[in-house]
Design a binder for this molecule. Structure first.
Ligand code: HMS
Length: 224
């Protein structure tokens, strides 16, 4: 497959957006060294734009982003794509509503993943963004679609846009890459707050009906 003229404009814009969004991972201190990655689906095409593997964040450029098909094959780009390319491709193939995926090793969310414990829904901001607890997905090795299968299997039975892959870290999804980055930022924020609360006492769960009401307001009314 090659990049045709009709998709070239979208790809160029997504290369710039995905590159810029990687800066949000470092600015929000969600990653160390070269860990983490952002990808975006190319709307209307079985393509995605993803970070090149192991490239320092300071060295990322729009041109260094890699375009792959939704089976992880490189379509355009000079560098090897992310270790999570097969995982992302699996998610994009099976969750058509997902337009962006982010993976980080943010410390508090990753600490919950290390314990294999979901972050309980004890904050209104969790109900707003995740519609309940942040679930844990199964342990999976890196490089093939095992992580992707774990993400899809977990999110298909949850309202959450974040999943803590056991012993690994958070993966977040969104309608576009920016929404997935927002989810990653909020995932780390609530993981930290709930951790702190648990050091002092027992956080109080929010009733399911109230979680649903908060989620509906935030997803459909909040903002401009
Ligand atoms: O945790 C993993 C893979 O899931 C790391 O290798 C990942 O954060 C970064 O890998 P890439 O640089 O995207 O290949």
């Amino acid at each position: 497959m090659t990049i045709t003229a009709d998709v070239a404009t979208s790809v160029r814009a997504l290369r710039e957006e995905v590159c810029r969004l990687h800066g949000e991972l470092t600015r929000n201190q969600l990653v160390s060294w070269t860990a983490g990655n952002v990808s975006a689906r190319v709307p209307g095409h079985d393509l995605m734009v993803i970070k090149p593997s192991g490239v320092a964040y300071d060295d990322l450029t729009p041109e260094s982003m890699v375009v792959c098909d939704l089976h992880g094959e490189v379509v355009d780009g000079d560098l090897s794509p992310s270790s999570d390319t097969a995982a992302a491709a699996y998610v994009y193939r099976h969750l058509p509503e997902v337009g962006g995926i982010v993976h980080t090793h943010s410390p508090y969310a990753t600490a919950w993943a290390a314990r294999g414990e979901p972050v309980p829904c004890v904050l209104t901001m969790m109900a707003d963004e995740f519609g309940g607890e942040i679930p844990v997905g199964p342990f999976a090795l890196i490089g093939d679609d095992a992580i992707g299968r774990g993400i899809v299997q977990t999110l298909q039975s949850s309202s959450s846009c974040a999943v803590l892959m056991q012993n690994h870290g958070p993966f977040t999804v969104g309608k576009d890459a920016r929404a997935a980055v927002k989810a990653a930022v909020m995932c780390e924020d609530v993981a930290r707050t709930v951790h702190i609360a648990r050091q002092i006492g027992t956080p109080i769960p929010i009733a399911e009906a109230d979680v649903a009401s908060l989620f509906d307001r935030y997803q459909n009314v909040y903002g401009q």
